[in-house]
Design a protein. Structure first.
Length: 97
């Protein structure tokens, strides 16, 4: 997961460097007065990348939440049916064992 996140970060940084140095790119609209309405394309690209990264982080956080006890927050193994630390029954994917 760390490699994927690092790859996305590098891709975003490369895109930022490319768009910063290429003022005549199609996204800028070829205008000497700035991006104007065509800047919405660039904003859409940045928002899509940010949404992708946030979605990946949210999914990863949800997976980690199922790996810990909801009462004492102790790390658990997949085969356990009760928490060895607090004794509560564990729910796996919304189902009690």
């Amino acid at each position: 997961m760390k490699k994927i996140m690092a790859g996305i970060l590098i891709l975003v940084l490369l895109l930022l460097m490319f768009f910063q140095n290429n003022k005549h790119h199609f996204i800028y609209g070829g205008s000497t007065c700035g991006t104007g309405v065509d800047g919405l394309k660039l904003l859409g690209i940045y928002m899509a990348i940010a949404l992708l990264v946030l979605t990946i982080l949210w999914i990863n956080k949800r997976k980690r939440a199922h790996e810990s006890c909801c009462f004492c927050k102790a790390k658990l193994e997949e085969k356990w049916k009760t928490c060895p630390y607090c004794g509560s029954e564990l729910e796996r994917d919304g189902k009690k064992p």
